[in-house]
Design a protein around this ligand. Sequence first.
Ligand SMILES: Cc1cc2nc3c(=O)[nH]c(=O)nc-3n(C[C@H](O)[C@H](O)[C@H](O)COP(=O)(O)OP(=O)(O)OC[C@H]3O[C@@H](n4cnc5c(N)ncnc54)[C@H](O)[C@@H]3O)c2cc1C
Length: 828
Amino acid sequence: MAFVLIILSLVVFAVLAMRESPLWQWGVAAIAIGLVSGLHFPDSGVGYGLGGGSWFLLVVGVVMLVLSIASVRKAVLMTPIYGAVKSILPKVSRTEQEALDAGTVGWDAELFSGRPDWSKLTEVRPLTLTAEEQAFLDNQTNVACSMIDDWDIRNNRADLSPELWQYFKDEGFLGMLIAKEHGGLGFSAQAQSMIVSKIASRSVAAGITVMVPNSLGPGELLEKYGTAEQKEKYLHRLAKGQDVPCFALTGVHSGSDAGGMRDIGVVTKGQWNGEEVLGVKLSFDKRYITLAPIATLVGLAFILKDPDNLLGRGNDIGITLALVPHDHPGLDIGRRHFPARQAFMNGPVRGKDMFVPMDYLIGGTSYAGQGWRMLMECLSTGRAISLPAIGSTSIKQTLRATSAYARVRRQFGIPVGIMEGVAEPLGEMIKRAYTFESARRLTASMVDEGQRPAVIAGLLKYTATEAMRDSMDDAFDIHGGRAIQDGPGNYLFGAYQALPVAITVEGANILTRTLMTFAQGVLRAHPYLLKEVRAAQNKDRKAGLDEFDAAFGGHAKFMLRNVVASFLHGLTNGGFASTPNQGPMAHWYRKLHRYSQAFALTADWTTVFLGGALKRKQKISGRMADILGHLYMMSATLRRFEDEGRLSEDRELVDAIMADRIAQMERTFGEVFANFPNPVFAWAMRVLCFPLGRHAKPASDRVNYRFVRSVLRPGAFRDRLTTGTYVSFDPDDVTGVLEDAFIKVTEAEEIEARFIKAARKGVIERRLDRDAFADAVAAGVLNDNEAGIMRAADEATERVVKVDDFAADELSAPSKHRVAAADQGAKQ
Ligand SMILES: Cc1cc2nc3c(=O)[nH]c(=O)nc-3n(C[C@H](O)[C@H](O)[C@H](O)COP(=O)(O)OP(=O)(O)OC[C@H]3O[C@@H](n4cnc5c(N)ncnc54)[C@H](O)[C@@H]3O)c2cc1C
């Protein structure tokens, strides 16, 4: 009987927790169980009467009922808790608040909730381009790509060719985000992302050049906040490339901490066009500014002060943005940095006591002091599109090149790609290519729906660019010396050099991973935390207490549900978790739900336990960001599989991606628990989330090897994995040479097998001083036609494996030129 009652109580309390039931229902349940447990039927001998346990439940139930009366609860319980947590909860500064307000939450909040509403994933629009966008991608973008010679850009000119610059300007590449009514192309985020992707697959420098004006910069700021006159004056010119923009936020002393800038504007009166007008005297020292050396319109961020209260808003106005023409008196612009030896334009922008009239402020005086919010709003969308586009395209491009090379290049008589040691990194490249294209698409679609997914943007930026670094390393390892010898024929080196650029810009990755994604993201995406923080910071104590009471109550129910649901999903390995459909991926959706539940509990406890210290406990918050990253990548991968019609050819790959991500996630959970500052909490989280332990296994070697064999031949699988990259079949093109050889070698496969057999038997011999194919014909191994096919494949292979060499003075010439330029700079 006692055992039955204990089980009954647990079931009832579990149901209440799972339903996030209100306090009075808990009270009623406790009293009911207390009474039932106290029943005693002397005739039948059943029951014991009211014992200690029954009384306990009765008392707890009554207390709960009393506390469910709001006025009593607030007076007795919430007031002391409210006072205590005010000092524990993280403080939100004004800049943080503006950053928080600038973004929206969507699928990320579902993952934080532990009980995802699948419609937030399944109803995001699929990849859609208008006919005009598709035509631009197929025509103008391909033409631009065919004009790109990356070696010429990065080695000879340290700039794009004049023809390419002109083409970009004439065709509107620099004004893709500007609305049609202002002369721009008015393209969607998806289209911009795909156009930048294709160009970057040809040259990262060219990709960045197109990306920047379409990301955070004057165009977007003017579109959103510009006055009518500013829009009229600049947007048309920007859209047509008559003005080239840059945006200067980063200062010498303010990199990641952009809000801590020392660049100052002081409201004052000054002379402008022969009249005395109200304006701003600016002193600034900006650096790393992309496009600055050739920009004609400079966006500037600075802190505005008004010591004489000329605007009537006190001394501290706050971060403010202005637009200044490049030839404005006092603007020092034109010098170049040389970032990672990449050729895109980048340089410093300086000014001292430079006077600008008030109408240079973006949005005019009414937007003075709103700069941080304006930047954050633009950055959260820009970051979601631009760097993920560069990252995913680089991952796809390196796979396309490496798969062809690994098939064409032979050592020990076989293609290097079929050797298991090579197949291992190639398999990882395949999985990254599918996953990050999935995430790129999904995120761009979210932006097109009007979301400003700040947490996802940060997460995707760092994961995509880190995955790009991994894929590039793998590509280099597989290519061996062919990748390392730079020259006009090296199709990897430019992108390799550019890796640190993508990792540093738009929020350096360490910061993005360890601070922004989780430590700041949890405030946005947690269902109750921000409400509690806001309530704790409310200056009106009574209103704050009311808000806190509501948020805290919700949070307590959320915690109880997390405890029960995590444990049950852990026990059943997600077997009863939800899924949006019963298709072939239903079990992975269930797993995604199960692990998001474990994440919700761990995220919640981590935040509650660490409070404001979370921003310093970056190893924990970085790992939590990684777990969120795995959950997001799994979501995006499943979504792509559905969107592409559940292709049976991709099923095993998606299964492998899911298995790998879960195994990595379990490892990372383990690291969070092992390093959690409080061992009791760590133990409880481990038991609740993984009651049966962590046993997930990644995809097997055998399965991985099968994907590799599939990309070692031309076909739809390889094309799908590398979709959106620029592909040439021209043997004289830097990457076309690979595709050409790949096809010819594949076509010659059967004949080649016979040829190799004969060579092994010693019938023919491959030597530089003999024509082995003529020998093979003479020996009756091949006929003339077969020898022709083999010769074509062999010549194509020769072109692929060849590397560049130079006359000694060819290499010293450019460096002499650089030394001269540096000398001249030093004299100035
Ligand atoms: C090629 C290039 C182009 C750029 N283009 C522009 C542009 O057009 N306009 C513009 O305004 N800016 C631009 N930037 C600036 C870029 O956004 C900054 O470089 C970036 O914000 C990092 O600043 P920093 O390089 O000074 O690094 P620092 O801020 O000095 O950071 C050093 C290291 O410390 C880490 N770190 C800093 N704070 C924290 C923290 N709280 N927690 C954990 N880690 C932290 C960083 O992640 C980094 O690893 C560009 C930069 C480059 C390299």
